[in-house]
Design a protein around this ligand. Structure first.
Ligand code: SF4
Length: 307
């Protein structure tokens, strides 16, 4: 059992085994550390703890388990998603400087095993589809696909692995009979969660077309949204005259929200005066969910008045 590996990658089988073999029991110290792990994730603080002493390594591994117990108890999608993104990013930065041998172990564990085809690095199509991020660069139409394999760069293999870690960590089951200590620290955790205000997205019912309502709903539920969805939402709101601050507040609900990036994107769209993509374009992005026959979501009110 290699505790160092389990400590760096507690989501692996090694991590589970470390808990079992060392009989790590949940206690105040471990749970407190678990709370910190989640709060760090919410605040985007990346701490790649690398404890040397065995007792500290065990606490570190245990804190991951404690964090998951609290998340399973709370069943708060926003928290689970934020936690998964942070753990995946942490793992990714560690994997970037990992030994070849450990990378192979992780690839096998995560199911992202690259191969070679005609001298290029490739991954099986189904693996690519499952783990590729929702970004235009990763769309299959922009990729070299041959005989069931997709060509990828070494950096992209790492990105697929990061996504696989995120999905693994996010997969938190039910925890119906949480012990008292988990309940106690879950209450403490919720007091530390920064209060964003999804309820302040006050749009009147029917004010926006179905596609936009869906995008707003995604933000409200603190779920992730791909680049095109965010872009469409931003330019729609800008064109509707929604103030910059309110758009930023809506975007702050996305689990991977980065104020600097979001602020830049919104300001850039405002300055350039972009307009909303047509319904046909949104259909090709997979964002159209109704047949309003208005040509562009911005015509929603005009269309309603004519009816
Ligand atoms: S038809 Fe246009 S406005 Fe209606 S849901 Fe589709 S994209 Fe949105």
């Amino acid at each position: 059992m290699e505790l160092n590996f389990a400590c760096k990658y507690p989501f692996t089988e090694e991590g589970k085994q470390a808990i079992k073999e060392n009989n790590i029991q949940i206690n105040d110290e471990i749970t407190e550390r678990g709370v910190k792990r989640i709060v760090d994730a919410l605040n985007r603080v990346q701490r790649t703890a690398n404890p040397v002493h065995i007792s500290d390594q065990l606490i570190e591994i245990g804190s991951y388990g404690a964090a998951r117990m609290m998340l399973a108890h709370l069943r708060n999608r926003y928290l689970s998603n934020k936690f998964a993104i942070a753990e995946a990013k942490k793992a990714s930065s560690l994997m970037a400087r990992e030994t070849k041998e450990n990378i192979k172990r992780l690839q096998n564990e995560l199911g992202v095993v690259p191969g070679e085809f005609e001298g290029k690095v490739v991954v099986p199509l189904e693996v690519y589809v499952k783990f590729s991020p929702r970004s235009v660069d990763y769309r299959l139409i922009n990729r070299n696909v041959k005989e069931g394999h997709v060509e990828v760069s070494r950096r992209e293999v790492l990105r697929l692995m990061e996504e696989a870690v995120k999905m693994k960590v996010e997969d938190i089951g039910l925890f119906p009979n949480a012990p008292e200590i988990v309940k106690k620290y879950s209450v403490k955790l919720m007091k530390l969660v920064p209060k964003t205000a999804p309820s302040k997205m006050s749009f009147k019912e029917g004010e926006n077309p179905p596609c936009i309502e869906k995008l707003l709903e995604t933000a409200k539920k603190h779920e992730n949204l791909g680049h095109q969805g965010r872009w469409t939402l931003a330019v729609y709101l800008i064109n509707k005259g929604v103030p910059y601050e309110k758009i930023l507040q809506i975007f702050s609900n996305f689990p991977d929200y980065d104020e600097r990036v979001a602020s830049y994107q919104i300001k850039h769209a405002i300055n350039r005066g972009y307009t909303v993509p047509s319904c046909g374009m949104l259909l090709s992005y997979g964002l159209c969910i109704a047949e309003c026959k208005i040509g562009n979501p911005l015509r929603w009110k005009t269309w309603k008045r004519k009816k």
